[in-house]
Structure formats: C-alpha cells, structure tokens
Design a protein around this ligand. Sequence first.
Ligand code: MG
Length: 392
Amino acid sequence: MEKRRIAILGSTGSIGRQALDVIRQHRDLFEVELLTANNSSELLIRQAIEFDANSVVICNEKKYEEVSEALKPHYIKVFAGMQSVCDLAAGDNVDIVLTSMVGFSGLSSTVAAAKAGKTIALANKETLVAAGKIVMDLAARHGARIIPVDSEHSAIFQCLMGSAGAEIKKIHLTASGGPFRTWERGRIANATSAEALRHPNWSMGSKITIDSATMMNKGLEIIEARWLFGTPGERIHVVVHPESIIHSMVEYEDGSVIAQMGHPDMREAIQFAFSYPFRLPLDNRKLDFAGIGSMTFHDADTDKFPAVSLAYEALEKGGNMACIMNAANEAAVAAFLRDRIGFYDITDIVRSCMDGMDFVADPDLDAIFETDRETYAKAAEMAQKIAASKSF
Ligand code: MG
C-alpha cells in the first residue's frame, strides 16, 4: 500500500483524536497533511507538532495569532476560517479527507472534497441527512469515493464487499438502545443531560451521545444508509442489540445474512476507511465468543423513542424534510445540553418544525443552507420559550 496523505477535518473532537491514534500506529503508511479545529487551539497545536502536519486551519479567526505564533518555529502553515478548510481539503496533496466535524457545519467542506474527487472517509452523518442526494450526485459526478466511518455503515459497507450486483433484501441497522433503553417513559421524561451523556457502550462526543439517548442517532443513520447504499427506507430495519457486538447486517435475496462484528471501538472503522481495501493490524480488544456467551435483539420502542419514526417520515417525504429534522434536532440538543429544555422537548421541537417549516420538494444546495438556518433559528426560539415557561 502506498503512503496516503490524510486531512482530518475536526481533529480535536472524539473521532479526530481516535483517527490520530490510528495514524500513530501506522506512521509508515499514513501522513497527516491537514488538521482543522473549530476552537480547541491548544490541542490543535500539540497535534500539529506531534504529527508534523503540513498545514492547519483554526476556524475561529480570533485564535489565528495564537496558533500561528506557536507553529511558526515548526514551519507548519496556519490558516483561519471555514473557507480555508474547504480550499485546503480540496488541495492536490490530500488523498483522503476524514469529515469528523459536528453536525451541519460539515456540509460545505464535504461538498468541496466531493467536487475535488477526493476519497471521503465520512464521519459526519448530518451531511448526508441534510443533503444526501446533492452530496451523492456530486461525488458520483466528480469520481469521489465515500467510505463510511459510522460503525453501522462501515459494517454494512464491509458486508457488501464481495457481493457485487447482488440485490440487498434488507439492511439490519443495529442500535445499542442508549442509556435509557430499560427506563420507563416517565423517568426518561425527567432525565438530565448528565444522565443522557452516560452511554453504556460507545465513547463519543456530546452531540451524538444525546442523539443516542433519544435514538435520533439511529434515525439519522437510517437516512445516511439510504443515501450511502441506495436502499429505500422500507428495506432498512432497526434492531436493538444492547451488546453492540454486531455493528450491522445485510440480508440478501437468498436469505443469507452477513454480519460484521467487533468490540465497540471507532478506531476499527476509521482505520478501515483509511486503509481500504487493505486490512492492517490494530492494537485493540479482540472478540472472545465464549466470554460473550450470548447476544440479544429486540425491536425499537417507538413510543419511548419517537425519533426513529420521525426519521422514516422525513425519508418518505423527501425534499428538505430531513434537513428540517436535522436542524431542529441540532438546536434542541444544544438547548438540552445546557439543561434549558426537557428530554422529550427535543423530539417535540423536531415534530413541530417538521410540521411548520416550508417544504421544498427539490432543494438545491442554497435551499438546503436556507432551510438549515431558518429551522435552527425557529427551533432555538421554541427552546427558549420552553425554558422560560418551565423555569429550567
Ligand atoms: Mg453509528
């Protein structure tokens, strides 16, 4: 395998740090070309020096001086602002772009990487939720390969290898069920952000951990799978599997079901996206089947977790509906993380926005950005009202 030059968009977040750990184990095969961060200047500086990055971008322009001063003695180029992220990710000396920023903010740089025909290691699922059709069309037109990093989608991607041309009968998307799987609805209603942040299996950033607690994460993943694999919603089935050993499954026409397994560790999916189609050793925990003993499965409880139904509905409506759902969810989760609203207010706000915002049947990229902006503002306003009325 030839050495691959990697750009990590969002290197100081959970996925970004785990990606650097993968690179640390294979310095002979992977090289850090570009690192970007929103705000975490100190960690960005440390990472850039350790991995001898060619360039870095700090999105917050107020921190440019600090980063620039620190990296000058190391001859590392420093830029600021979102436009620089897009320009550098599309640069000639980048082979793979890992999109590990949080939420809708990842869209413009993912579009830039797709237009430049890069291999995209996609960790930013919101990009495909908000603009799946546009991003997949751009990638196809410019020859950009998208390799999923989301563990379920990496699993599906791996289950599809070697079955070219075979019809997928069903995708079984596994879900841990999150921290409230066994709680009663009444208790969930009063859950705090601290309780929602205690995920039983996966170590992740705060936004996605709240999404796991509401199961909106699974909702977003249904839509992500639809675009990545071209599988209609009615053939994507969610199955709750609390042990998180099977990361997802593909069922073929002949009834054969292929599963991909491993301990919950995002580095496996990140490394595979970097090394594809090759496999490399990884210093991680290996499965011990006798030790595991048994695995359990059940259907998702959509009364307790309405987000899954909302996602199917958004997929069915098409147009900008999934973008509306995603933007409302981002604003509501931000409010919940500050304990401004209650747990079920998150999905209530999403529901109201899906009913109330303007529907656009065939949105272009500008319409998607506008939908996101307007919906986010509307949802934030609704959260504000709830916070005021409940005196949270
Ligand atoms: Mg996932």
